[in-house]
Every structure is written in structure tokens, then in C-alpha cells.
Design a protein around this ligand. Structure first.
Ligand code: GDP
Length: 532
């Protein structure tokens, strides 16, 4: 008999999959590292990134990322904390990579939204809140950089309610601010967690719990002010309500300074105690896939070149049901082809270790999975299952791609196909330009083009040039017989995406309006945020 415990619902219940999302520079990489430090997954900050010091970014495998100091790709950190297995999926912060962030968000069960104390809700943050809302994902808010001068705590909470439409529910409240930030009030039991500053924040900061009387005696006015403000919010509907958190109507709020490792443990504890464990996922026919059904997962991210020594491809899949055992043969629901999972790994920053078993909530990295694409469903025994396709965003930037060296046409085509598989850019053909000609690349943000240009040259040895097209507005053309109405001149045309969808693109709103007035029967659909 198999001696291993295979109680899938039990295993799922002790797992958490979450992502940290934020505006760039709010401190996402720093917080990720601080979390890993508290969970003792690393012993010194910098270890995740293979560098010393706190300036490193999580996925710095691309030279371009280093040059720009931004994190473009996501990495998955998996560690255990208080007996719970945590899969922390990192996301790129820059708005240009929002499509990538969207895919990650579809693979987690809750989200930590990180705010910079001095900046509050930034434009990008609001967009991300919308994405979470559209997924019905519970959001935990962490206000970071409290060791620096910033905005008023009550003010930030008001903004959360007014602009993100989420009732703030403080779990901790800061005691003092900037140089006087000494700790947080634990709103639930009225104790103080006092922190000691450690130069550089390389190790978890020593912390001490103080009872209310002791905290009041030590902190004086700052303590009473914190209590008063927290009470004020609790009185206006901000008392902790687990159901409202799970329903994505209210957001627990915590304060801290990730760089100093202050306020991070309450966040981890909350994730373990209250964040949702994996739940049955809806399949493409809107039927729940129960956790104890046979193995199923979907691919939300495909990435190459994580190991600069040899270019490999790793597909990240989120397990939705059943038990995964390395070596098992699964079926790719998109192609109906079998796929052997001999090289399953867990990724931890740059390090990877073999993963032998996985359960719902886990993220598995499938190495050399060249047949897998973003959005593919994988399943084990039993009837086939398909999860809904991940939406692709409405692109706003278009460019014709041509190989710089026409002798390298084959490498060029192969490399473009690879970038498409990874979802770096969308690839389209232009009817007007004729079949077999240079593809049109489309992106949500222009930086995706920079990544594509860079990788074509440095990774694939097939440099390309981009001829930018003037289009900014895109609609879905629902009736192919109307193609000729749009495909007229230089200000609008029809592009066919490689999934077969026909897209009508326009230089601007004016061109769209003119055509619609001319042809009132023209059937064009919005591609709001994403399409299936
Ligand atoms: P990301 O772009 O969101 O990943 O941000 P990083 O983690 O790279 O942080 C951006 C900058 O903010 C870096 O210089 C960090 O050292 C700094 N930073 C992050 N957290 C804190 C904090 O709690 N306090 C202070 N003072 N600086 C922080």
C-alpha cells in the first residue's frame, strides 16, 4: 500500500498561493525577500537573488532587466511557514507588462497589494485593483516604507475606500512614523509589536510583544494616537470581517517597512490564518473542478533563458485538482497530446529543485516543456477537462517586424513563434500586406517591444527591425464579410491574430467614429481588458 498521505483536500487546505502586486518601486522585491526571510526560507536578504544587499531584484536573469532595474518576469517562491506551504508568485510591476500580471493573478487565490506610504494609490495600483475585482480575488493591503515620511494613515485608508471601493479593515496600525516608527498596534488583541532597527535589514528584525499598559508607558502619545485612529476606523465599519474579505468587498490593511523587516510577520500570519486555501476552479463549461478530482492544472507562464548557461524553457502550471507525481504522463487539453512530466521542478528565485509531488495551490515548473503554451490545460486520468482560456489584453501598440539579416529568416520565424508562446507579444498577420509577409507584433505597452527586440538579438541571434504602425484603437471584427469596410487605407486595417481572431485597428477614435457613421451596421466588439 502507498504509505504517503494522499488526502488531497487536506493537502490543499494547508496551501496558500498568492501574489504581491504593486506600482514599480513600492518595494515588491524587498517585501518578497522579507517574507522569505521571516519564513526562514532564506537566512540573509539577497540570497534569493544570488547577490548581497537589498538592491537586487527577484528575476534578474536578463541583462535588460538589470540595466533598467526592473523585474520583467515572474518567479515563484515556495516555502513553508507554520506548517503551511506557501507559493508566492512574483509579478512584474511595470504597467507595460500588465498582461503578464493578469495571468499570474489568475493563478493565485489572494493578492497582497503593496502601497508606498508616500504615494498611496497610484494609477497602476488602481488598474491592478480592477483586475483583482474582475477575478473576485481577496486583496490584502500592505502600506510600505512607513520608516520614511509619508501620508497620514487615516488618509490612506480613506483613499482605499473612495478610489478602490474596498472597505479598509486595519489589522495593524503604525505607532509613530518615519524616524519615530517603533512598531505596530495589533488591532485584534491591543498589543504592540515593537521592532528594533538592524542596519541594512539583512536579517529579520528582533521584535517584542508588549501588553497595552507597557506600550502606553513606553510610547506615550504615539500609542494613544494609534489606538484612537484604529478605533475610529473600526467604528466606521472597518472591524475585521473574514467573510467580507473573502468576498473581495473589504481589504485588511497592514503597515510596515519591508526594508527593515518591520510589520512583515503579521502579514505572513494573516495569510496562514485567513487567506483562502485553493477552492474548486470553474472549468470552461462553468462546472466546478473539485479538489479531489484527478490531477488537473493550467499553464499561466512560459519563460525561457532563466539559466544563462543553456537556454531552456520552463512552463509554470498551477495545480487545480488531484495529486501530481513527477513522471506521470498527463494530457495537454489543447492539443490532446500526452506530455511526460519527468522534469518537474519547483523554482525558488534562481534556484530550482526537483518537485516530486504537488497538490492544488502548488505551482509546478515543467522544464523543457516546449510543447506547452500559456493557457494550456493539463490533466491526468479520467475524462478530459479544459479551463477557460486566459484572456489576452487589447493591444495598443503595433509594429511590423522584419529580420535585419534576411539570410536568417528561419531563426527569425522560430524566435517570433517562441515569443508568442511565452506571451511576450501578440503576433498577427495583415490581410492587406498579404500572407507570408512580415508579421505584425502587438503589445499592451511599448516596453514589450523593447524586450522582444532585445531577446531577438541577444538570445535568438536573429535581430529584427520594427516599423511602428499608427494604430491605437482596436476592436474585434465579428463579421468577416465586413472586412473590406475596415481594410481600406492607411488609417485602419484588419489584422488576424494567430488564434484566428480578426481585429479591426484604427489610428484613433476619430477614424473609428467616421467608419461607424458611414456603416451603421458594422459589427465591432470591445476588447475591454481582455477577451476569451
Ligand atoms: P519594486 O520595484 O516594487 O520591486 O521595489 P524594490 O523592492 O526594488 O524597492 C524600491 C526601492 O525602495 C529600493 O530602493 C528599496 O530599497 C526601497 N524600499 C523598499 N522597501 C522600503 C522600506 O520599507 N523603507 C524604505 N525606506 N525603503 C524601501
Amino acid at each position: 500500500m502507498n504509505s504517503r498521505v494522499t488526502d488531497v483536500p487536506y493537502e490543499a487546505a494547508r496551501r496558500r498561493a498568492f501574489a504581491v502586486i504593486s506600482h514599480p518601486d513600492a518595494g515588491k522585491s524587498t517585501l518578497t525577500e522579507a517574507i522569505a526571510l521571516h519564513a526562514k526560507a532564506i537566512t540573509e536578504a539577497g540570497a534569493v537573488h544570488g547577490k548581497a544587499g537589498r538592491r537586487a531584484v527577484v528575476s534578474d536573469w536578463m541583462r535588460m532587466e538589470q540595466a533598467r532595474g526592473i523585474s520583467i518576469t515572474s518567479a515563484v517562491l515556495r516555502f513553508s511557514y507554520r506548517g503551511t506551504l506557501i507559493n508566492l508568485v512574483d509579478t512584474p510591476g511595470h504597467a507595460d507588462f500588465s498582461e503578464d500580471t493578469y495571468r499570474v493573478v489568475s493563478a493565485v487565490d489572494s493578492v497582497v497589494m503593496l502601497l508606498d506610504a508616500a504615494k498611496g494609490l497610484e494609477a497602476q495600483t488602481l488598474k491592478l485593483f480592477d483586475v483583482c475585482r474582475s477575478h473576485g480575488l481577496p486583496v490584502i493591503t500592505f502600506v510600505n516604507k512607513w520608516d520614511r515620511p509619508g501620508r497620514d494613515a487615516l488618509d490612506l485608508c480613506d483613499e482605499l475606500a473612495a478610489r478602490a471601493g474596498l472597505q479598509p479593515m486595519p489589522l495593524t496600525w503604525p505607532i509613530g512614523q518615519a524616524g519615530e516608527f517603533h512598531g505596530v498596534l495589533d488591532c485584534r488583541d491591543r498589543t504592540m509589536v515593537r521592532y528594533q532597527r538592524i542596519a541594512g535589514g539583512a536579517i529579520a528584525a528582533p521584535e517584542k510583544r508588549l501588553e497595552s499598559a507597557e506600550a502606553a508607558a513606553q510610547q506615550g502619545v504615539a500609542w494613544w494616537r494609534a489606538c484612537e485612529e484604529a478605533d475610529l476606523l473600526a467604528a466606521s465599519g472597518g472591524g475585521f470581517d473574514h467573510e467580507r474579505f473573502l468576498a473581495a468587498e473589504a481589504s485588511p490593511v497592514l503597515f510596515g517597512a519591508a526594508l527593515l523587516n518591520h510589520g512583515v510577520r503579521p502579514l505572513l500570519d494573516f495569510l496562514v490564518d485567513f487567506a483562502p486555501a485553493p477552492r474548486p476552479r470553474m472549468d470552461a463549461t462553468r462546472r466546478p473542478r473539485y479538489l479531489d478530482a484527478p490531477f488537473s492544472a493550467f499553464v499561466f507562464k512560459v519563460q525561457t533563458g532563466m539559466n544563462p548557461a543553456h537556454r531552456d524553457q520552463i512552463a509554470f502550471a498551477r495545480v487545480c485538482s488531484g495529486e501530481f507525481e513527477r513522471g506521470m504522463v498527463v494530457t495537454n487539453g489543447t492539443t490532446s497530446r500526452p506530455f511526460a512530466t519527468k522534469y518537474a521542478q519547483q523554482a525558488f528565485g534562481r534556484q530550482r529543485t526537483t518537485l516530486d509531488v504537488a497538490y492544488p495551490g502548488d505551482v509546478i515548473g515543467l522544464v523543457n516543456a516546449t510543447a506547452l503554451r500559456v493557457g494550456d490545460t493539463l490533466f491526468g486520468s479520467g475524462p478530459p477537462v479544459r479551463f477557460p482560456r486566459l484572456p489576452s489584453f487589447a493591444p495598443a501598440h503595433f509594429a511590423v517586424a522584419r529580420p535585419t539579416d534576411i539570410g536568417r529568416g528561419k531563426q527569425f520565424s522560430r524566435a517570433i513563434a517562441q515569443l508568442r508562446t511565452e506571451g511576450v507579444v501578440q503576433v498577427m498577420r495583415s490581410q492587406r500586406r498579404g500572407q507570408g509577409t512580415a508579421p505584425v507584433l502587438a503589445a499592451v505597452g511599448p516596453m514589450q517591444f523593447d524586450v522582444a527586440l532585445h531577446r531577438m538579438e541577444w538570445e535568438f541571434g536573429a535581430p529584427m527591425t520594427l516599423e511602428h504602425l499608427p494604430y491605437t484603437v482596436v476592436r474585434r471584427l465579428s463579421d468577416p464579410s465586413q472586412r473590406s469596410l475596415v481594410d481600406t487605407g492607411r488609417r485602419s486595417e484588419v489584422l488576424v491574430r494567430d488564434d484566428g481572431m480578426e481585429l479591426a485597428v484604427f489610428a484613433g477614435q476619430v477614424e473609428l467614429a467616421v467608419l461607424q457613421r458611414l456603416w451603421p451596421d458594422l459589427k465591432l466588439d470591445h476588447l475591454v481588458g481582455g477577451i476569451g
